[in-house]
Design a protein around this ligand. Sequence first.
Ligand code: ADP
Ligand code: MG
Ligand code: ZN
Length: 537
Amino acid sequence: MPAFANTDTLSALLQKKRVVVNAQPLDTAAPWWQSLLLGFGPTILFVLLLFWLMRRAGSAQNLLGTFGRSRARRYQPSGDRVTFADVAGIDEAKRELTEVVDFLRHPEKYRRLGGRIPHGVLLSGPPGTGKTLLARAVAGEAEAPFFSLAASEFVEAIVGVGASRVRDLFKEAKEAAPAIVFIDELDAIGRSRTSGVAGFSGGNDEREQTLNQILTEMDGFDSATSVIVIGATNRPDVLDQALLRPGRFDRRVAVQPPDRKGREEILKVHTRHVPLGPDVELGRLAATTPGMVGADLANLVNEAALLAARRDHRVVTEADFTDALERIVLGAERQVMMTAEDRRLTAYHEGGHAIVGMLTEGADPVRKVSIIPRGLALGVTFAAPESDRFNYREPEVHARIKVALGGRAAEEVVFGEISTGAESDIQQLTEIARQMVGRWGMSDAIGPIAVIPRDGSGPLLPGVAEVSPETQKLVDQEVRRVVEAAHHDALSLLRENRDKLDSLAHALLEHETLDEDDAYAAAGVERGERELVQSAG
Ligand code: ADP
Ligand code: MG
Ligand code: ZN
């Protein structure tokens, strides 16, 4: 019954008309808040939403507040602790960092003798060699808190954020001292301020402020501060000199790619919890993986284990490892329909690479030839050295250019025309030729002068090397001369050995993939039967 009705007159009226009134009391069971919620619920939700949106967007003040706070991840000494036992194959770097661990554990021992504990250690080395891992192991060994931050995270659009984040990070670390601050990808902010093309990098101001803040913090350490800053970079050559001054990152530790023994040690670490078949020899596996770094080897073990699982093996076998390695090195096989014509073209193209590789002194031995498409390639010829190579002699570099040209040269010899299949070959060999002329001093006309930047790409940057237009023209001429000479050599080699090329191509069309022994047999080439290198230069 509506409360506003005049109940007295209404009930009198009802009685007079003999209406049967079946009135029920209002449902008082529902608590007061329920009706409140039902009535005001949408409004409350709306207000909450508004609050949330405001927090997210917020005023500029708010924005800096949340974004500026250090996003450092902190690893406690417990938890997924990494120790030196997890790091292998980079013993020199490990030895140097053992000292850092000792500083963190017994700072008073060093201070008593008046020594100044180093504040900055810079780990430099190629990607995947274990720099991040090593830094975490130092923290694990020292049982010290570990504050980690990737430098690329600093570089954000809003100026001032990076610097305030650095300030927070160091403040937290000092409170937790002895502690480690780890700045990964240091080159992202620590690039030399003189190099680089001005006006191209938008975040320059921000980078510089962040960098300056790091330098200020490190300068502010006194001898009582037991905070050690570990930086890591793949590009030590581009770092700002200011970072490397005494009192800053003055200890430099090179993390080198592992040698054969080192790779074996790394494989041992990563197969600790993997059941291995009796035929698996980690030493032999290490020997077949020259050039691979820790991250590659960890990936190899993982791929092999996945492959073994897919094949319902009880243990991981040698075959699982070799197949996983092939997948990683050559790419996964791909199903594509190829016309007979395309297959023939591919067989001759790959056959050309292989024959030139087999018959050229100084070329790496051919390990596998295949016309099964993988990744973007329609076929593949895989050549690899017997063991680790740290240095290539000039004839060997020429041989690589020649082998890269072998595919295209075979197409010219057999079909009298060329396809687009040689694109990546051409890119690769041009790069090698440019490096020969411009970096390795293998051109008499240029001499031992570095005229292209280290990574060999892009236009010449100011400050890298002063090269006159005449020299630049000479470089281009020399690159062209080197490549043309190699092209000429590859063509005549294949013309003279057309029979070998034909029989290898036919074997490929029949079997699709040939291993080292089969490939040499099919081509009718004795190993060691090689032309004396005619200097292409
Ligand atoms: P980086 O920081 O040098 O690029 P990471 O430390 O990130 O390399 O390495 C990635 C992964 O590769 C590590 O987590 C580890 O599993 C493996 N790894 C790399 N180097 C080693 C090594 N020397 N010993 C054992 N594992 C390694
Ligand atoms: Mg890293
Ligand atoms: Zn090719």
